[in-house]
Write a protein that binds this ligand. Sequence first.
Ligand code: KMH
Ligand code: ZN
Length: 281
Amino acid sequence: MPVPTLITVAPTGAETAKADFPQLPTTLEELVETARRCEAAGAGLVHVHVRDPEAGHAPTLDPVRLRDTVQALRGATDLVVQLSTGGSVHDPLERRLTVLDAEPDSCSLTCGTVNFGDDVFLNPHGFMSDLYVQAQEREVVPEFELFELGHVTALRRLIDQHGLPYGGRVHVDFVTGVPGGMPGTVEALVAGVQMLPPEVTSWSATGIGRAHLPIAAAALAMGGHLRVGMEDNLMYARGQQVQHNAELVERAAHLATTLQRPPMTTAEARELLGVKERRAR
Ligand code: KMH
Ligand code: ZN
């Protein structure tokens, strides 16, 4: 039976400046409107980086903003709400751990340090280990972000040390095409998928920039899931900027449906990832 497709939307990220790309959703209102439209278009999960409109829309890990954002998205949609613990390359490790205080359904957990353009995205083993255990204790489902093939080995080590994450599933996301990480090629994706440990129950992939479409097509063909959004890609086509994240979700849903793997519902996404029910009834 064909597996329906989990479409994750990563609408904002930490790298693009609002001043350079005004359609980037950075306020709480814009984020909620984006999440609603993306859910209607077929998304099952939203990967969130919070910005501070009072500080030039810069990335923030302010605990009140994080908590308000989680609650607003949970109130307005049925999407799985995932907070980034990667933050921006400038965020200290201790602050990144406090993201769990906002009680998201899910958190990202990058499985190793990686060069990130001219910067370094730092994820030493001790940090990953602390985050892994704290997510287990707080019943938050991690999504393991793999930017490098070596990150697959680091994931293996985390599972061996700490057992399965909360929910009993292991979902990973290949983030390909970051300058300094694994390339956004089909060959690299195939190599990564072949290396996954048997505990992995589902995987998705995204390609940065022009790798966006080829990686989406390859992931679908290989039985994987998709991540799209302005965090990863600002161009819809050559010379045509993305105007709204929903455009990318709509295109992903269309592609998935054409390949007989239509978008999964938010209920199916919750089941796939094993997230805890935190919505008010
Ligand atoms: N902004 C990047 C440095 C994550 O969300 O966990 C890290 C990132 C990964 O986006
Ligand atoms: Zn992110």
